[in-house]
Ligand binder design. Structure first.
Ligand SMILES: Cc1ncc(COP(=O)(O)O)c(C=O)c1O
Length: 392
């Protein structure tokens, strides 16, 4: 299937054989841990001709190969590597690209486990990890030197939904000869395809929008075939390959990605607008709102604002918990991007043991709420949030 087809068509068909095993319309789940050869000549033929087949499931399996092709089509990249989690996709990239003495630059408002991996593990191996204030391109450029091998950012950032100008990021990388990587987990390829802006590597926690049903853990790294080849080898050595059942679930989830994200974009904007005019809400972070500092960049780069909204209530942390306990539709829990709406108070969920200074540094107000919308009816969601605000 041509990469020029619309994302809605690619989501359903890309990567899949037209006629499948036993003529089924869906791919079977291949549970094999090993794949056999008819005879010794078949092994030689695979090795000599680079045949696309599997040999041992720690390297790849038919289900992950199919879904990798679909993901590459959705990201408009040459290739994609399916991994066990988003973190394994990201750490494989860092471990592969960075050597002792190299420098990694990253915008600081990123997933806290990414920062933890950089400081607690990469630095142990002699890689310098330098955090730059999110969006400060002057500081980023000033920090680039001959040792800098990779620049990383998330887009949008979590939980404040800052949008980074990845066109400028890609241009900087090209000018300086430094590879660039963007984690667009919170946007999904429906809202942005970073390769079209010149970014080298795209990473996702496929656990979120891509899987979309809160029933799998997976990650994906997309980019040029040439750049991904040695990362795929590393993956085969470490064994961070997604299980066939996970790949099957992801393939199934991806078919409805454009429909789900369209609904999440619609609800995201409507709920954010509702919250922005509510007297008990102090501040709303949503890139589709004109009041958000990234509004203009979001208009340039994103096709939709997504399903994640963060907002601060005019109350203390106890009042915030009361609000969260009063909602009926959202379930209380971390994660985002699935069909079920989730809600959390970052103060409790991720920063309970953090110091006040750290919470202030990362902009975590005691009464900050993170609402990750699912695909429920928009008006039902607004009505539910409204009745919970009435409790305050
Ligand atoms: C932006 C972002 N990137 C990466 C990850 C890691 O993904 P996973 O949980 O699939 O390892 C997360 C997880 O919450 C995330 O929010």
């Amino acid at each position: 299937m041509s990469h020029d087809a619309s994302l809605q068509t690619l989501a359903v068909h890309a990567g899949e054989a037209r006629v499948k095993s036993d003529y089924g319309i869906v791919d079977p789940i291949h549970c094999s841990s090993t794949f056999t050869f008819a005879n010794s000549a078949a092994i030689i033929s695979m090795l000599e001709n680079g045949e696309e087949r599997d040999e041992y499931a720690r390297y790849s399996n038919p289900n992950s190969r199919t879904v990798e092709k679909k993901l590459a089509a959705l990201e408009a990249t040459e290739d994609a590597i399916l991994c066990t989690t988003g973190m394994s996709a990201l750490t494989l990239l860092f471990l592969n690209r960075l050597r002792p003495g190299d420098q990694l630059l990253f915008f600081d408002r990123c997933y806290h486990r990414t920062r933890q991996f950089c400081y607690e593990y990469l630095e142990q191996f002699g890689v310098r990890c330098k955090a730059i204030a999110t969006g400060d391109f002057q500081a980023l450029e000033a920090a680039c030197d001959a040792r800098t091998k990779l620049i990383f950012t998330e887009l949008p950032t979590n939980p404040h939904l800052d949008v980074i100008d990845i066109e400028a990021l890609a241009a900087l990388g090209k000018r300086k000869g430094i590879a660039t990587c963007v984690d667009t987990t919170l946007a999904s390829p429906i809202n942005i395809q970073p390769s079209r802006w010149g970014i080298d590597f795209i990473v996702h926690s496929a656990t979120k929008y891509l899987g979309g049903h809160n029933d799998l853990l997976a990650g994906v790294l997309c980019g040029r075939t040439e750049d991904l080849a040695s990362i795929r080898t590393l993956q085969g050595i470490i064994g961070a390959v997604a299980a066939p059942h996970t790949a099957y679930l992801l393939q199934r989830g991806l078919k409805t990605l454009p429909l789900r994200v369209a609904q999440q974009n619609k609800s995201g904007l409507a709920v954010a607008q509702f919250l922005a005019q509510h007297p008990k809400v102090a501040r709303v972070y949503y890139p589709g709102l004109e009041t958000h500092p990234s509004y203009h960049l979001a208009r340039k780069l994103l096709k939709g604002g997504g399903g994640l909204i963060s907002f601060e209530l005019k109350t203390d942390r106890h009042g915030c918990s009361r609000f969260i306990d009063a909602v009926h539709i959202p379930k209380i829990g971390p994660s985002l991007g699935g069909v079920e709406t989730l809600i959390e108070q970052p103060y409790l969920m991720s920063f309970y043991r953090a110091s006040k200074a750290d919470r202030e540094r990362w902009g975590i107000d005691d009464a900050l709420v993170r609402l990750a919308l699912g695909i429920e009816d928009t008006e039902d969601l607004i009505a539910d949030v409204k009745q919970a605000l009435d409790v305050l």
